[in-house]
Design a protein around this ligand. Structure first.
Ligand SMILES: [Zn+2]
Length: 82
């Protein structure tokens, strides 16, 4: 679930909220009830690793052991060498 950052335009405090994609953005400050604006939070987009196997390992259809081999980006010689 993504985490969103909000900043209140009234009291200028900032807070984070974990919401589903389908959830509507918050409108009220959790501190003062004022109007909040949603910020772009880079911290919620650390999705490295998911889909790593698509490019380099797509051809290895018979060896799709995703678990246990994560972190291998196919560029390091240490991966799959043994
Ligand atoms: Zn506020």
């Amino acid at each position: 679930m993504p985490m969103y950052e909000y900043r209140c335009t009234e009291c200028d405090r900032q807070f984070e909220a974990v919401q589903k994609f389908s959830d509507e953005p918050l409108k009220d400050c959790i501190y003062c009830g004022g109007t909040v604006k949603r910020l772009i939070s880079l911290s919620s987009f650390h999705l490295k690793g998911s889909g790593w196997y698509v490019t380099d390992y797509a051809r290895k259809k018979d060896d799709t052991r995703k678990a246990g081999q994560q972190g291998c980006d196919g560029k390091k010689k240490t991966c799959g060498g043994s």
